[in-house]
Design a protein around this ligand. Structure first.
Ligand SMILES: Nc1nc2c(ncn2[C@@H]2O[C@H](COP(=O)(O)OP(=O)(O)OP(=O)(O)O)[C@@H](O)[C@H]2O)c(=O)[nH]1
Ligand SMILES: [Mg+2]
Length: 471
């Protein structure tokens, strides 16, 4: 069966090309710009399910002067009772149409070649005569029409007024969308509307919906695995502090500070690598620096991990220990740096019980016995890493692939609900991370620490995947 043909039509600058990019997950398709008449010719774009082409979207030039267009079509009409499609055909075949309305002719020809029309409307506009004339012209193409309200998340959008206006024209299957603030459910509803109006292609749309679902699940799993690796690796990181000559306290402080900075640097690198991986998994080309940075900046994750702003941006309040420390400037390592120093007393006890330990562990005990130290990431740092990673993943879920510019802050819906969800997640994950960290303090196999690092990664990933699953 030939693939379903969907013509994406509408006024100029309503986000038609952006919609195609979003539906096909193709950032590189066509030209998108805030100035009108960007798309100049009809361009096809395939929608694939499991490698098979199930539908073809046709991007079209915007209709600019729809009032003049309808007048020109009507002027060529022979009489009032003439079939509307005949008048469109006559118009399209005329010299005058090609001369006066080249873009519109291209769009209408695409519309007539399609099975169904997706009419993209900027929901920030008021319902005006030009819209009504545009819909009238498109209806005369004799294809089912799905009006699609775009920009619904933007300021000034009035989707309800549009639903009312369109209902008065007898158009009821109104899908809504915002190609920049993307919602998977909106997309599913749009495809459902198409499915209803193109019954011959139900199987194809079902395959597409299923393909989307499977893909989302596998992205979620891979993302959770990347986050599990980040967190367990971060918790397991250790930087050694060499013993100071003659135990000189000033030198020792310097060595500890250097070790702290070395650890911070490794944690930054680890986090950065994971963020780029998460971006790539979500289809945001990490190689496209502008896109990656815009996404990170929008979500306040571009801020340095070890700055007080990073804590504030992630909603740590003054009541939480981490922020309290950062605010007073006290215990700066524990709070902002999130580093904890191994206590000598505890170390002595460990040495007592494990003198037989071999390899890395033996070396480590020797270091500690000689007055050396270790720095590891403290709880606040691990919690901050978790919250930043979750913020990124949730932010990308609603960031459409047409988003080019940074989004305005505050466009993240459901923030509170996901924050509560993330608190539950932290309660599960933090004990696992503490286990990953303390494993370093004990030879493998000792009581209470039998889980391998691999097991811990898997457990953390499972908890994260669960928290990300839509409810
Ligand atoms: N905030 C927001 N911006 C959008 C949305 N859709 C499109 N844009 C922006 O609106 C502008 C126009 O988008 P295009 O996709 O080029 O619009 P078009 O309908 O293809 O325009 P023409 O090809 O000129 O007819 C671009 O700057 C997009 O980034 C949306 O849903 N929300
Ligand atoms: Mg365009």
């Amino acid at each position: 069966m030939t693939p379903l043909r969907l013509a994406v039509v509408g006024h100029t600058n309503t986000g038609k090309t952006s919609l195609l990019r979003t539906l096909a997950r193709r950032r590189d398709f066509g030209d998108v710009s805030p100035s009108p008449a960007t798309t100049r010719r009809v361009e096809p774009l395939a929608l694939l399910a499991g490698g098979e082409e199930v539908a073809v979207l046709l991007d079209t030039p915007g209709l600019e002067d729809s009032i003049g267009l309808l007048e020109a079509i009507d002027a060529m009409r022979h009489d009032r009772r003439e079939d509307p499609q005949t008048s469109i055909e006559r118009f399209l075949a005329s010299e005058e149409a090609r001369r006066r309305f080249p873009q519109e002719v291209a769009a209408l020809e695409a519309a007539r070649s399609a099975d169904l029309l997706l009419v993209v409307i900027d929901a920030r506009d008021r319902v005006r005569p030009r819209h009504l004339d545009e819909l009238e012209v498109l209806r005369r193409c004799g294809r089912p029409v799905v009006p699609l309200l775009n920009f619904v998340a933007a300021e000034g959008a009035d989707a309800e007024a549009w639903r009312g206006g369109l209902a008065r024209l007898g158009l009821h299957a109104v899908a809504s969308f915002d190609v920049v603030v993307y919602d998977a459910e909106d997309e599913a509803r749009l495809l459902e509307a198409v499915r209803t109006l193109a019954p011959d292609h139900r199987g194809a749309i079902d395959r597409l919906l299923e393909d989307r679902r499977v893909r989302r699940d596998s992205i979620r799993r891979a993302t959770a695995a990347a986050l599990g690796d980040l967190l367990v690796d971060a918790a397991s990181l250790v930087v050694e502090v060499m013993p100071a000559p003659r135990g000189d306290p000033a030198i020792r402080r310097r060595l500890e500070e250097d070790a702290g900075e070395a650890l911070r640097e490794r944690l930054r690198t680890l986090e950065r690598r994971t963020h780029l991986e998460v971006l790539a998994l979500a289809g945001f080309d990490a190689a496209d620096a502008k896109v990656a940075e815009a996404a990170l900046a929008d979500l306040s994750i571009g801020i340095d991990l070890f700055s007080p702003e990073a804590l504030r941006a992630m909603g740590f309040t003054a009541a939480t220990g981490a922020a309290a420390g950062a605010a007073t400037g006290a215990a700066i390592d524990l709070a902002v740096g999130g580093l904890s120093l191994g206590a000598a007393a505890a170390i002595g006890a460990v040495i007592g019980g494990t003198l037989g330990a071999a390899g890395r562990q033996a070396r480590r005990l020797l270091l500690l016995a000689r007055g050396g130290r270790e720095v590891t990431a403290g709880d606040p740092t691990l919690l901050l890493l978790l919250r930043r990673a979750m913020t990124l993943v949730r932010g990308l879920e609603i960031r459409g692939h047409a988003a080019v510019e940074p989004l305005a802050v505050g466009t993240t819906p459901g923030k509170d609900a996901s924050r509560r969800e993330d608190e539950r997640l932290a309660a599960i994950v933090m004990p696992l991370l503490r286990a990953a960290r303390s494993r370093l303090g004990h030879p493998a196999g000792e009581a209470g620490t039998s889980a391998s690092r691999e097991d811990l990664r898997r457990e953390v990933a499972r908890a994260i995947e669960d928290a990300l699953r839509p409810r």
